[in-house]
Write a protein of this length. Sequence first.
Lengths: 75, 620
Amino acid sequence: MKNITIQLETLSCPTCVAKIESALKKTNGVKDPSVLFNTSRVKLAYDEQLTSEESIKKIILKLGYASLSVTENAK
Amino acid sequence: MKKFSKKTLVIIVSILIAISYILHKTIAYHPVTITIMLVSTIIAGGPILRRAISALRYKIVGIDALVSIAVIGALIIGEYWEAAAVTFLFMIGDYLESRTLEKTRSSIKSLMDLAPDTARVRIDGVEQILSPQELKQGMILVIKPGERIAADGIVLEGSAYVDQASITGEPVPVFKEKDAHIFSGTIITSGYLIVEATQVGESTTFAKILHLVEEAQDAKAPTQKFIERFSRYYTPAIIALSIITYLITRDIKMALTFLVIACPGALVISVPVSIVAAIGSSAKNGILVKGGEAIEKLSRVQAVAFDKTGTLTEGKPSVVSLHAYGMGQEDVLKIAVIGETYSEHPLATAILKEAANRGVTTTKVPENPEYIQGKGVSFSFEGTSYFIGNRTLFEENGIDLTAALQDIHKEEHEKRTVVIIGTTERVIGLIAIADKLREEAFAVIKELKKLRIKKSVMFTGDSKGTAETVAHDLQLDEFLYELLPEHKVEAVKGLQKKHGSVAFVGDGINDAPSLATANVGIAIGAAGNDVAMETADVVLLGQKLGGLIDAIRISHMAVRNMKQNIFFAIGVAVILLIGVLLGGVTLSIGMLVHEISVLLVIINATRILRFAKRKKYTSL
C-alpha cells in the first residue's frame, strides 16, 4: 500500500468532488480516496500490485481534471 | 484540443457566440449561422459531454450530465442558438468561477509563499547557501537584514528586530538577542543574527502551521456535509422531475430548461467558499481555526472561560508599582539595577526589564556583591552599602522599615511580591512585583459582551480574595477559585451544563484536557507549543488576547455569510423554477442566471477577507 496526495488544478465545483471520489472508490486497488475541495487535492492509498499512479491520474483526467503533482505521504 | 489553454478557448468561443448572435438577429437561422453555432457548441460542449460520459461509466450523474442532456435536446429540436448559448455560458461561468475561487483562497496561498527558500549556513567557518530541505538540526545559520529565517532556532550571537507577522500576525517587529527563540518564516528587518537550528523542515512551527491550515480548509462543517448529501440525491431527482414535467406538459423546451436551472451549483459552493475565506483571513491575523466545524461552533459560543495565569495575566512576573523614600523613583530603580546586574532571579529580570522600559540605564556594576539565599543581596556602590531583598533581610540586619511599612502592608494585601531597597540605615524604596494582567484583558472582556457572549468566567488556583479582585477589575461575570489543574475539566463541564456552548481559553500549558473538553478550545501564544496547537480548535499564535475577538468576529461573519449564500442560492433556484413554469425563462436565460448566482456567492465570500482586514483586534 502506498499513500499519496495528488495536487489537481483548481477544483471549481464541489460536485466534481463527489464525482472523483466515487469514481476512485470503484477503482480496483484504491483505498479510502478523499477529495479535498478547497485545497484541490486527492488523498488516497493504493495497492501497487493492482493499480498505478499513472492509471489513477488517467481516471481523474478523464473526469476532467489534470493532475499537477504527486507526493507520497509520510505515515 | 490540448494545444489551447482554457483562456484561449473561452476567447474563441466568445467570438463565435458574438458572430452567431449578430447573424441570429439579422439573417436568422441560415446554414452559415447554424454552422457557426454548431462549431461553438462543439468546442464549448465537447469537454462537458466527455466528462459526463466518463462520470456515467462510474454511475455518477452530475451537473455535466444535466447540461449535456439539455444541450443535445436543444440541438434535436432545432434550438441551435440555445445550445450554443448554454454551452458558452457554462464554459465561461466555470472559467470565471475558478478565477474568483482562487481569490477566496488567496490568503492561504500568500501564507505558503512565506516559506523560506534559501538558508545561509556557516560550516567550518565558511558561509554557504543551502536550500531549507538540506538543513540539519544543530547547523549554524547566519541571517542578515531583509532575509527570511529558514529554521526554528536559538540565537547564539547578534541582535535584531524580527518581523514575526507570518507566525503571530503581530505587525510590530520584535527585538531578539542571545538565547531568544526564533521562528522559521519570520524576517529580520534590521540587525543580524547567528542562530543554531533546533527544528528544521517539516518540524518547524511554520511548517506545522501551514499543515494545520491546509487540513483545516477541508475539515468539513456540518452544514457542508448536509449539503453534499443533499446534492447527491438532488441531481438524479431533477432528471426524474424533468421527465415528469415533459410527460405532463408535453413541452420539451420546458423540460430541458428545468434541467439547466436546477443545477445546484451555487448551493454546493456556498459553504466551502465562506469557510476557506474565513480560515484564510484568520490565518493572516495569526489565528489558526481548525476547519468549518470549529468556525460554526465558535459562532455559537455562549460562555467563555479563561485560565488566569498566562491567559488573563502575562504569566511572568513584572513590576507593578515603585515607591521611593527620600529620593527620586528613577534613582531607586538605578540602584536596584546595579545591585541586580549579575542576578538571574525572575524578580531581578522583572526589575531590569522595568528599568529598560523607563529608559533607566547604567553601566555601573556592584562592588563586593554578596547573595543571601532566599533573602536578597548586599553590595556597595560609590562608598555606600546597600541591601536589596525581602523583609527578613532587613529585619535581620536591624534596618528601620517604618517609612515603608504602610506600603509594604498594602502591596502584600494585593498578593504582590515586595522587594525592598535600603542602605544600612534606612529604607529608600520598594518595588512591588506581580504577574500582571494583560493590558488588553479588560478591553477584550468588554468586547466579548458586545459580541453577545453571555458569561465571561475566570478559572484560578488563587484564593478567593485575589480572585475576587481580578474578577472585579476585569468585570468578569463569574470566577472559580482555588482550582487545582485537575478540577478545571470538571469546571468546564459545569459551565456547559449551565450555559450551553463553552469556549475555554488557556495558554496550553497544563490545560490541554480543558482545551479538549470545551466545545471550543482556544490556545493563546501557542506558536511553538505543539500540544496546544494539536489540541485546540482555535490557536492564537501571537501573544495577544485580542485575537480571541478577531476569531469570534470572523466566525460570526462567516456563518452569516454562509447563511446568506444558502438562502440566496435556494431563492434563485425557486424564482427560476417559477419563471420556467410561467414561461419566459429560456434555456440560455436559465443558464445565465444560474452562472451569475454562482459568481455572486463566491464574490460574497470574498467580503470576509475585506472584513477581517478592516478591523483588527489582534493588536488590541
